[in-house]
Design a protein around this ligand. Structure first.
Ligand code: URA
Length: 288
């Protein structure tokens, strides 16, 4: 793949720790001071919110709410109906510990009151972490900062076109997770939780009709490709990336989860190759 990078993309690669113009390896600690400083700057506010934010799904006397089967008809809900269904979901025990559901964010302003935002790109992560649970927004912690940088390198922004002034931001990008509730202690999602939550993601995709989906990490890849790739649950992520899969006809590119990339700096170059592949799929051969 030829990489004719402009200055914005070169700056992004530098930010990701990927060297394209110099054989000297990037020090592993390069990104860390910025991430640490950013985390420290938001920590007091988050702690304050943690102290006051009640658990969302408890009764007034603090008892855990009873579970209820997921309501019928998710597959025919409109966007506001789906948002409400997620906000009130009690289909699995994660509702009992959450502060906020995390529906997703991004895209360009909806064309009508009941319509989803316009988004050519859908980014799918795993599940909300602590900070996302507090804020009700996906990818707001350190992994989210890396994700924002990756999106910026592609000319995309969760806040829409006006944020970057880059024409590609007008494509719109929506960020969602497989799970809409935070698993305690950031543990991995369990099969039953994914099974309960997956219909929400499926309906989000039906309504958004993205032109391309970027699956970040193993759980996103498995949730999206379980009907397309027979052995998806046993394949390592490395075997799923580097090719274009399909979810109901929509191209899916699999890449590493940003939280993993924060630990495995050496794989950032591969992640950049995945983003290049996704841009080529979305924008054509000249799309880099
Ligand atoms: N990791 C995810 O997969 N999603 C988030 O929203 C935050 C961290």
């Amino acid at each position: 793949m030829s990489l004719n990078l402009d200055s914005r993309q070169r700056a992004m690669l530098q930010e990701m720790g990927v060297q394209v113009w110099s054989p000297v390896p990037q020090p592993a600690s390069r990104l860390q001071p910025a991430l640490t400083a950013a985390a420290e700057s938001v920590a007091p506010a988050l702690l304050e919110r943690a102290a006051v934010a009640p658990r969302a799904a408890s009764t007034p006397d603090g008892a855990a709410l009873e579970l209820q089967p997921r309501g019928a008809g998710v597959e025919s809900m409109d966007w506001p109906g789906l948002q409400q269904a997620v906000a009130g979901c009690r289909a699995c025990a994660l509702c009992q510990g959450r502060r906020h559901t995390v529906f997703g964010i991004g895209g360009l302003p909806a064309p009508g009151a009941d319509q989803p935002p316009a988004a050519d790109w859908l980014i799918v992560g795993e599940a909300p972490g602590e900070q996302e649970d507090l804020r009700g927004e996906p990818f707001v912690g350190p992994a989210g900062q890396l994700l924002d940088n990756m999106l910026r390198a592609m000319g995309l922004d969760r806040r829409g076109a006006s944020a970057t002034g880059d024409a590609r931001a007008a494509q719109g990008c929506f960020i969602a997770n497989v799970l809409k509730c935070h698993p305690p202690s950031n543990r991995k999602p369990e099969g039953e939780e994914v099974a309960q939550c997956r219909p929400y993601l499926q309906r989000q995709i039906e309504l958004l009709q993205p032109k391309i989906i970027l699956a970040m990490g193993r759980f996103a890849a498995q949730a999206l490709l379980q009907d397309e790739v027979a052995e998806v649950h046993s394949l390592p992520l490395g075997k799923l990336r580097g090719q274009v899969h399909r979810y109901h006809g929509i191209p899916v590119v699999v890449t590493y989860h940003p939280a993993y990339l924060l630990r495995a700096l050496g794989d950032k170059a591969k992640a950049w190759a995945d983003l290049c592949l996704a841009m080529q799929v979305r924008n054509g051969p000249q799309g880099l």
